[in-house]
Design a protein around this ligand. Structure first.
Ligand code: MN
Ligand code: MN
Length: 388
């Protein structure tokens, strides 16, 4: 299954845009490093055709918002115009740094990439949530629920956030400091039953991300309120046993096992070199992908003879509109790891191979002119898979 001529796929200045007798050298200005990352755009496979929307955005192309103790960057419908259902944010908080207490119109799903964070929230019934999350852990804050994130020792944290609306804007959330600074001081005094002077030192502009002290033990931050939230807002994905094959594994986390996560379903896919996530599609929403490590490529087909092949590496976001069939192949020499995210309460997909295996074989053969042995070889499965 390994690619035989890996080195031949690396473009260099003289190779130009060629595939066999097609194409030609490039005489004009070039961006060689970008071309090297997008080999299947430079010289697409002959099966690619027509006009496809852009389905890739690298976080490296996103504007960085730099703050004291952290940063944030985003991939929304503004960066990637096809991304109407889902948006992604990549954020870093140093130890002690706080993503300000806030809420938003969209629900927030998160995957901890590195490090540790303390997260807190309070729900509509004044039930409380506080937890420390580590690498691989998830959290989910429903729309409107106020929450915070703070980096812990030693080096804080970095995480991926996914929102259930592509028009989400990380710069337009409801921030505590912003709310307070836009209320008349005498109203604040009345609201809290104190004198207006108590608010003399409130921040003049929003804090958003700011440096603070590392918090104490978690137990001290677990305030009683009306009890704990009934559905815990965090989930330890690394403790879940994946569905495994020789070529990879898949962990699926949706509202069936992570009850709070009502509007985002997720899968963590690992593919060994040479392996691939089989050809499939989804009927329950667009798929946003986030590439964690390794190197891969995906072909996405749209109806009416349109198809595009796209290369991915760590830090890239991929997007597959609902119903469009696709595969993801590991084209590198290390494990390819990526997340699949859907705006849905459940994960689902349809495997092209399973569909054909369960359709009268004579009917399939009448279409494709393939031998019975191809169909007979397809193993029966009920779960999405990285085939052996
Ligand atoms: Mn948030
Ligand atoms: Mn998929």
């Amino acid at each position: 299954m390994k690619r035989k001529h890996e080195q031949k796929r690396t473009p260099h200045a003289s190779s130009g845009a060629r595939r066999g007798k097609f194409g030609a050298s490039i005489l004009g200005p070039r961006n060689l490093s970008l071309e090297a990352e997008n080999r299947d755009k430079l010289a697409p496979p002959p099966t690619d055709a027509g006009t496809m929307p852009n389905l890739k955005w690298s976080f490296a192309d996103s504007h960085m918002r730099l703050e004291e103790g952290g940063w944030a960057r985003q991939v929304t419908v503004r960066e990637l115009s096809i991304a109407k259902e889902l948006a992604a944010v990549n954020m870093r908080l140093e130890a002690g740094a706080i993503r300000e207490l806030h809420w938003h119109k969209e629900s927030e799903w998160a995957y901890m990439l590195k490090g540790r964070a303390r997260i807190t929230a309070v729900d509509q019934s004044y039930r409380t949530f506080a937890d420390d999350v580590v690498e691989g852990d998830l959290w989910f804050f429903p729309a409107g629920i106020p929450h915070s994130i703070q980096g812990l020792e030693k080096d804080g944290c970095e995480f991926l956030l996914v929102f259930d609306d592509g028009s989400f804007d990380e710069n337009k959330t409801f921030l505590l400091s912003d709310v307070i600074s836009h209320m008349p001081k005498e109203v604040l005094a009345k609201n809290f039953g104190v004198s207006a002077s108590a608010f003399a030192k409130i921040p003049e502009k929003e804090l958003y991300i700011f440096q603070s002290q590392v918090p104490g033990p978690l137990t001290a931050d677990r305030l009683a309120g009306a009890g704990p939230v009934p559905q815990w807002f965090s989930y330890r994905m690394p403790t879940q046993q994946p569905i495994r094959t020789k070529s990879g594994s898949i962990r699926i986390v949706d509202s069936k096992i992570f009850g709070a996560s009502k509007t985002i379903a997720a899968a963590l896919v690992e593919i060994q070199p040479g392996g691939m996530r089989e050809l499939h599609w989804h009927g329950n929403g667009d798929e946003l992908q986030y590439y964690l490590s390794g190197q891969g490529r995906m072909t996405v087909f749209n109806a009416d003879a349109n198809a595009a092949t796209i290369d991915f590496q760590a830090g890239d976001v991929g997007y597959v509109p609902c119903f469009m069939p696709h595969y993801v192949e590991n084209t590198g020499i290390t494990t390819l790891r990526f997340l699949e995210l859907f705006r849905s309460d459940h994960f689902e997909d349809i495997s092209l191979a399973q569909w054909l295996a369960l359709t009268p074989h004579e009917l399939v053969r009448a279409h494709l002119n393939i031998s019975e042995s191809v169909l007979a070889k397809i193993p029966r499965r009920d779960t999405p898979i990285v085939p052996d």
